[in-house]
Design a protein around this ligand. Structure first.
Ligand SMILES: [Zn+2]
Length: 83
């Protein structure tokens, strides 16, 4: 199961959303959840979850080992940024 949090909540969001993010931060702190990105390989297109600690400007494919750049096309195509 993968849960994703978009990051800091802009002002104006509902209290429920803030409470959910706060709960997420608590679960991250006690290592129940992990932050990461769903990315695919530029060579074999294998898609996997990468912890934020594993990803920088590049990431190594878990299937074939190819190093891909963090660039458009490596994440869900309808999203402007990875998440
Ligand atoms: Zn690959």
């Amino acid at each position: 199961m993968t849960l994703q949090f978009a990051g800091p909540i802009p002002s104006g969001r509902t209290a429920t959303t803030k409470a959910t993010a706060s709960s997420g931060d608590r679960l991250l702190a006690i290592r129940v959840l992990r932050r990461g990105l769903l990315l695919n390989c530029a060579r074999c297109h294998f898609e996997a979850f990468y912890r934020v600690e594993q990803v920088g400007s590049f990431f190594d494919c878990l299937a074939c080992g190819h190093t891909s750049a963090m660039a458009r096309g490596r994440w869900y195509k309808k999203d402007p940024e990875p998440h």
